[in-house]
Design a protein around this ligand. Structure first.
Ligand code: GLP
Length: 261
């Protein structure tokens, strides 16, 4: 696992966006794993800027969302599909049908989960998966206690997550759905490169537990320790609780020119 400490989220966004663009230039059929929430926003902003300058195209690529609320009416502005439409689909040249998310409005939710899992496999798996981290250590919507081997399935959100996400629902936790469909931790671990983004002191404790604590279902992001290619890109505030901080900084300073993230 590589921990890259950046001065601010915009610098982090540019670094990650540059890695994504290199991947798509090299392999135009690549598959991007999309996260929602505020953490990946600087990456999407920088991708949009590079696309607008003609630096990169995603026309032949595919993308998969990590998760989705269950039961929001189709087109609800806070459904993760709608968020990704605004942040990614409207600003890059992915074919809209090549950007897929779990169907939280399906009548048969269990079948929708299986279909989604199969679609990811059929696309050849995810090349680069973007991830944020919840302040309780969740990734996607895999709340603490989620099986580290889990696949795409229905989960119930914790009261804390519903409270945190109520900022997108006029501050009303009661308006945040109880249920979601999320890629499982086992699904996420199948992606070839995982990039976890974390900004601000609110994430410091969860990030320290995930990176330096034991691997445990109580901190779902700690499962990343089991993956062979993980890059954590975080600012000084989010990394303030790490004990090996000096080592991560030294590793980055000494990184060979030719080596990318
Ligand atoms: C939600 C999302 C996660 C995200 C988390 C943190 O629960 N399902 O994918 O990582 O929020 O959100 P933010 O990036 O806004 O801090």
């Amino acid at each position: 696992m590589e921990v890259v400490i950046v001065d601010d989220r915009s610098q982090g966004g540019q670094m990650v966006s540059s890695a994504i663009c290199s991947r798509f230039k090299l392999e135009p059929l690549s598959v991007l794993g999309l996260a929602t929430g505020s953490s990946p926003e600087p990456v999407y902003d920088d991708l949009a800027a590079r696309y607008a300058k003609g630096e990169v195209s995603f026309r032949r690529g595919q993308a998969f969302l990590l998760d989705e609320y269950v039961g929001l009416p189709s087109g609800h502005p806070e459904s993760y599909r709608a968020v990704i439409e605004r942040q990614v689909v409207d600003r890059l040249d992915f074919e809209p049908t090549s950007v897929r998310g779990p169907d939280g409005a399906a009548t048969d939710l269990t079948a929708a989960c299986a279909t989604y899992e199969a679609a990811i496999a059929e696309a050849g798996g995810v090349s680069i998966q973007l991830l944020g981290i919840g302040s309780d250590g969740h990734i996607g919507f895999n709340e603490p206690g989620s099986s580290l081997a889990s696949r795409t399935r229905i989960k119930t959100l914790t009261a804390d997550t519903r409270r945190a996400n109520s900022r997108f629902f006029h501050g009303d936790p009661g308006a945040v759905p109880h249920h979601v469909i999320t890629q499982g931790i086992g699904t996420i671990l199948r992606a070839r490169h995982l990039i976890l983004l974390a900004w601000g002191t609110d994430k410091a404790e969860a990030l320290a537990s995930a990176i330096e604590g034991p691997v445990t279902a109580s901190i779902p992001a700690s499962a990343l320790q089991l993956h062979p290619h993980v890059t954590v890109v975080a600012d000084h505030e989010a990394t303030s609780r790490l004990t090996r901080l000096d080592y991560y900084l030294e590793t980055w300073r000494a990184k060979p020119e030719w080596q990318t993230i």
